[in-house]
Each structure stands twice: as structure tokens, then as C-alpha cells.
Design a protein around this ligand. Sequence first.
Ligand SMILES: [Zn+2]
Ligand SMILES: [Zn+2]
Ligand SMILES: [Zn+2]
Length: 539
Amino acid sequence: MSIAEIVSQRVQQAFPDENKRTLKAATVIVNVGRLIPPSYVYPLPPLCTSEERLHFISFILKKETGIDYSVDEVLVAHNVLMGSENVQQQLNFDFNIGTIQHYLDEYKLEQPRSTFARSFSPLLLFPHRIVCNICDAQLKTIFQSYGQVVYCTKVQSCLLYKADCHVCRRSYRVSSVYLMDQKQTLVTAESQMSDFIHFSGSIVFSKEILISFSSQLIDDYATFEGFASATIKVFNRLHPNRTDHINADGLARNLEAVWLYYELTNFIFMTSKAKDIRFPYAMSEGRTRIKSQQSLRAIFIERNLNWIYHIFTTFWSNHENVFGSCKCGNCSKVMVIDGHQKPRRMVCRYDNVTSIMNAAELGPINKGCPYMPRRKNSENQELSGARNRLYELFYLDHPYYFCDYHQSKHAEELSLETKMSDNELQQYLGYLRELDRKESQCNVGRNDMDERFESKKRSMGFIASFLNCGIIIGFSDSVNHEGPRKITDHLLTMLKLGAKLPSLLVYDAACQLYKFWRYRFGTEHMQKTQFSQQLMEIY
Ligand SMILES: [Zn+2]
Ligand SMILES: [Zn+2]
Ligand SMILES: [Zn+2]
């Protein structure tokens, strides 16, 4: 008797009822029998019986074949099938991605010149949908590119697929839709559900590593660089022979771009009615500056900053209406403003940058330039030693103290310094600065004398407004010193962007703020508008 005949005979004996006799059921019983060994229930404890185990197997059979098997039928089939060595070998089938990868690695060693072995990967990432959501056409899935999926503890190569609708000019990808004519990436609530996030380039992020970074950022203040470098060290220790070429710098750059995209999308979907978002395609590129130009990502974020801040402040200041009152019992009753000086960063030294957001109430606010100063030794190789000495001799101010934009602007202004109109502007700005200084006298003590002579300028930290429920509803990065005008500016900005402010306010220099409002309200220093009027109703 051939092996096939033996197996077929056993299957017949195992399922006396012809209607319930399938090869599929027999295969399931053999594999499940191996994966859930009877020894688990015998001898006791555990406190379950072998009947319960058989019941679970019949539950699986129902799911897999759609046929109801009684516990007795399962027992008969189980005993008959497991009684034959041949049947067990023939019907046992255990194949998964891991097994294929294992054989692929072995095959690669044996067939080093096989293109298939070198380029194939069993991890196939398909588009998040293959039916066009405009014309409903069923689309063909085609190969897009090779990629590498980054997980928390490993890198795995993968093949990326896409589905193009040439009528609607849309290309459906793993976690986005590429709009061919606009060169934009469309992210929808559906595409955001994908387990793998990829927009461009060869690095694909698993959702686990993006979410892991978010948690590390919130509870551990992780930076992109720190997280990437730690992750690469994990890879190196777990897989000393790893063959991918991902390094810490590349990972940090890509993580920054993709993570920002990913969490910004989550944030927008959570806080607004938007169902999809369009980003410039190149937004996922790994660099913020390309050939010393701001990248499209930086431009996109800067252009949309007010809108993003608007949904942030509106959503959180109205959280009582959205989620109902917090458990604290006094939801959204009091607002606390606090300055944090820990997160101070390097900023450009150029000072004449003003905000006109609240010009109607406060006049121009001298904010200082928020950009990073130029970095040494990166893109600035052309600044030779001779030129540096020239700066030291004539300008005193070193070019590295300024951002790329103000680097040349500053030099221009120095040559214009004597012009009348410029002088007037300087005087006016000087006057405003003096006013800021006077109004914020209790903050003066905070400046170290050393700091005034420090060559690179640092920002003064971060102002946050939060509700008594502990929810931040507004924040601003203060490049220059904080004072009543700055705080007023911070509050007016929130009001104008749609925040709902409670009528009670706590602030460590509230007396000054109160004085400023009392004495300046209705004067040129704090014009009366519907927004400043709202502030006057706060205690
Ligand atoms: Zn279509
Ligand atoms: Zn609350
Ligand atoms: Zn600047």
C-alpha cells in the first residue's frame, strides 16, 4: 500500500460520516493535536479536563471548516489519525514567514548568484486598499520597491507593493495615497490604520517603533538621536551579523520625518473633523534643510502652525464639552500660567523680529528670531579662517551666532545703521525693549551676568498655560524674556485662535500682570478690542 493510500484509509476511518470527511479537518486535527498536546490536561493539575481540550479543538474545526463536530467525533478522529506515524508526517504542515526566511537564508548561501535569493523577502507589504475610493475600480497590485522594516528589536527586509488608478491619478500605497498630479501624499483614517508606516525612501517603520518613540518621548524625554542610537545598539547586540546598512544618523533623520507625519495625523484626526490630510510628498524626506534651504516639511509646518495651534488650543480648552467633566470636580475652572526655563535652546542672536499677531492691542512685540544659529563645520565649509578673522575684526559678532537668514541680513543692517529711518526704528524698538524690561522687573534677577556675555544666545524657555485638571491648553516658546506684555500676547494669541479661557488665572507674577492690564488697558500699550476686553474679565 502506498503512503497516499494509507493516509486516505485512515482519514476514512477517522470520519465515518462521509459528510464530515475532509482532508482539511484531518490536517487541522493533526496540527492542533501537536500544538495543544494532551499532556497539557493530563495528569492534573491544570484544572481542566481532556473533554474541554476536545471541545476547544471542535471549536477550531468549526471556524476552519464550517462543519459542526461533536466532542466524540473529534476524539475518534484524533485517536485514529494520531495512531499512524505516516498520517502524522504527511498531514503535518507548519509553514510561516519565519520558516521561509530560514530556508531563504540557507538557499542564499548555497546559491550566492541567484538574483531571486538576493532580492526576495517573504514579508510582503500590500497597499492599504486595492479598490479606488473615487471610481470604485478594482486595481491591480504591482511591485513598487524594496524596503526595510524597522522594528524595536530588528530590521527585516520587505517588498512594497502599490495599486495605481490611472483614471483618477491616484496611487494606493501601504499607508497613504500618492496623488500623482499634485505630488502630494494623502493620509486617510483608513490608511493611518496600517501596521507599517511608509511614505518614501527605503525605510519602513513598524507601528510598534513609532508608538514606542512617542512613549519614550513623553515619559523619558527621548530625543530622535538618542532613541535612534539606542535602537541601533539593540540591533547590534541581538544580531551581531546584521546585513542591513541602517545607521543611527539615518534612522534618526527618517524617524523624525515619519514620526512627525504619523503623530501629527493622529493628533489632527483626534482633535478635528478632518477625515483626510494632504501633505507635500517630500515632507517625509529625512532632512529639514536641503542645500541650506528649508525643506518642504519645515515650510509646511511653519505655514500651518497657526492652524495646528488653533485645533490644539480649541480642543483642549473645550475638553469639558468633549469628554464631560474631569474627575477632579472643578473641571476647567482655573488656568495656571507658568514659565519653564529648562527647555532652553540655541537661538539666532538677531533681535529685530517682531510679531504682529496682536499688534492691534499691544503694538509689535519684539520676539527675537526663533531659528537655530548656523552650525559649525556642517554646510559652512566655505567660511574660511581668513573670513572668520574678518568677522572678529570688524563685526565682533561671529557668523555662527545667527541663523542662515539673518547671517546676511545682520551684515546688511550694520552697513545701514546710520540711515535715518533705520535709526528711528532702532529707537522705537529700543523703547519697546526698555518697556518690556521695566514691566518685568522681578524677572531681571533671573539673568545671570555670565549669560549676558555668553556668545551664543539661548531662548528663555517655554511658557505653558494649563487648566487645574492638568491639561495644557496653550504654550509658547519664549525666545526673549517673559514679561506682562509677553504673557498678554500669549493669552491674546490663544483667544484669537479659538481657545475658551476660564475666568480665574494663577500666575507667579500675577500682580504685575494685573497692574499692567489695569493701568495700560485702553491706552496705546493695550488697545481695547473684543479680545483684550475678554482678558479684562479674568481675575
Ligand atoms: Zn479611480
Ligand atoms: Zn477637566
Ligand atoms: Zn535669525
